[in-house]
Design a protein around this ligand. Structure first.
Ligand code: HEC
Length: 208
């Protein structure tokens, strides 16, 4: 599918987003997941090897749980993983996350910005929360590029949040849409630089 270049990467946009992010910490824990997260404070205490080992331990259960949503299959773990190590994401409620992109999204994602994504692209960020005692399954952030006209307010991306048991808390154009408005509000600042995507921190990016 044809892709076109869409603008340049603007560090200042990211900087402003991280300011917004500070005030959004905990949003997911308060409004999002009603199963594993309420009131939990997450920490960043595992080194990369420990975080990867903990993540791999959770992964089969996580993948099966998210798959109950019907939005993503458990085989998303076979997609291209664009992160070298699970990283602590302040913008995503202090969850420790990995990012995967399906085949349709792979080429555009590889550029880490400046590309428009083809219809059918799916990018997911799964995750766990680190506590003082261990790790717990956490919600998945899901984005799928829908056909033109699906939703002009979201760049035709469907945003969704999926709890570890597969409950869809909300999705663009579907039930609970208001629950994913905060996703849109933050990601809109990346509309011009990365077709609404932000991409992992540079030191966590896996080249493909
Ligand atoms: C306060 C800002 C903010 C909010 C709110 C937010 N995100 Fe993000 N999101 C980011 C940033 C920044 C990144 C990349 C860096 C990182 O992972 O920390 C990212 C990464 C992602 C990714 C990986 C793809 C990529 O490179 O952008 C997905 C998928 C995603 N977010 C979906 C969502 C969904 C769905 C929600 C709501 C449930 C959400 N985001 C809420 C800022 C935000």
């Amino acid at each position: 599918m044809r892709r076109k270049k869409i603008g340049v990467f603007i560090p200042m946009v990211l900087a402003s987003v991280f300011t917004v992010a500070t005030s959004s910490i905990g949003v997911w824990a308060q409004e999002g997941d009603t199963h594993a997260l309420p009131g939990m404070q997450f920490v960043d205490r595992l080194n990369p090897a420990e975080a990867e080992a903990a993540y791999q331990g959770l992964l089969p259960g996580l993948a099966n749980g998210y798959a109950n949503s019907g939005l993503v299959g458990a085989d998303y773990t076979d997609w291209a993983r664009f992160t070298t190590t699970p990283y602590f994401s302040i913008t995503h409620s202090d969850l420790t996350v990995h990012v995967y992109a399906n085949e349709a999204a792979e080429t555009a994602y590889s550029a880490f910005g400046g590309e428009e994504f083809p219809v059918g692209s799916i990018v997911v960020k799964d995750g766990m929360g680190q506590t003082e005692d261990g790790v717990v399954p956490a919600p998945m952030a899901f984005m799928e590029k829908m056909p033109a006209g699906f939703s002009s307010a979201t760049g035709d991306w469907k945003f969704a949040m999926i709890t570890p048991d597969g409950t869809v808390v909300g999705q663009t154009g579907g039930p609970g849409e208001e629950s994913v408005q905060f996703c849109v509000a933050c990601h809109t600042a990346a509309a011009g630089s990365g077709d609404w995507l932000y991409f992992p921190p540079t030191d966590k990016r896996a080249a493909r």
